[in-house]
Design a protein. Structure first.
Length: 192
C-alpha cells in the first residue's frame, strides 16, 4: 500500500493532511463466482489501514500505541453485537483480538520508521475520534459479515476460500508486504 500523501516527507516543512477515501471493491475468486469472504476480508483490511491516521495521531500527541481501555471497549461492543446476531462470542473476540494486535504492529512499524527518520514523521494528524468512528463502523460491518458467512467460515472449504479472498483483496488494494503480513495474521483465526 502506498503511504497516504500526509505521510510522505514534506517539501518545505509544511505537510497537508488529506482524507483518504476507502472504497469497497468486489473481486471474483475461484472462477467467475464472487468470493463470499471478500467483503469480510476487505473490511478487515480497511480496519488495518486505520493504523495510518491512528499512529499519526498518537505520534503527534505522545499517546501510547497500546490502549487497554479502548481494547476492552471494542471487545465488549463486538461481543454484544455477536450475541445479538447469535454467533459465538469467543470466536468473534479472538478474531478482533488478532485484528487489534495486527493493527498495533503496523502502528509500531510507523513509530519505528519515524523515530529512525524524524523528517518522515507527520507534522499534522487527524483527530483520533474520527478514526475511532471509522473503526467502530468497520467492526460492526465485520461482525455482520461473520454472521452472514458463518457456514462458509465453518466449512471444509474455508481455508481455500479465505486464501482466495486475501489474494483478491491484496491485489485490489495493492497492499505492501507489511499490510499483507498484518492481513494474514488478522485473519488466521477465521476458519474453524
Amino acid at each position: 500500500m502506498a503511504l497516504p500523501e500526509f505521510f510522505r516527507p514534506c517539501a518545505v516543512g509544511l505537510c497537508v493532511l488529506t482524507a483518504v477515501a476507502v472504497v469497497p471493491t468486489t473481486a471474483p475468486a475461484r472462477g467467475d463466482e464472487v468470493n463470499p469472504l471478500f467483503d469480510l476480508v476487505d473490511a478487515a483490511t480497511q480496519r488495518l489501514q486505520t493504523a495510518e491516521p491512528v499512529s499519526a495521531s498518537k505520534w503527534k500527541t505522545g499517546g501510547s500505541i497500546e490502549d487497554p481501555q479502548r481494547v476492552d471497549q471494542v471487545l465488549a461492543a463486538v461481543s454484544a453485537d455477536a450475541t445479538g446476531k447469535g454467533i459465538d462470542v469467543d470466536y468473534v473476540s479472538q478474531i478482533f483480538t488478532d485484528q487489534i494486535h495486527a493493527t498495533e504492529a503496523i502502528e509500531y512499524s510507523r513509530f519505528a520508521q519515524w523515530k529512525l527518520d524524524p523528517g518522515s514523521a507527520p507534522s499534522l494528524a487527524p483527530d483520533l475520534s474520527s478514526s475511532r468512528t471509522t473503526i467502530d463502523r468497520l467492526n460492526a460491518e465485520m461482525v455482520e459479515q461473520l454472521a452472514m458467512h458463518w457456514p462458509v467460515l465453518h466449512s471444509s472449504d474455508c481455508t481455500g476460500t479465505l486464501a482466495d479472498a486475501r489474494a483478491a483483496v491484496t491485489g485490489a488494494r495493492a497492499l505492501e508486504p507489511l499490510y499483507q503480513q498484518a492481513l494474514d495474521f488478522s485473519t488466521h483465526s477465521y476458519c474453524h
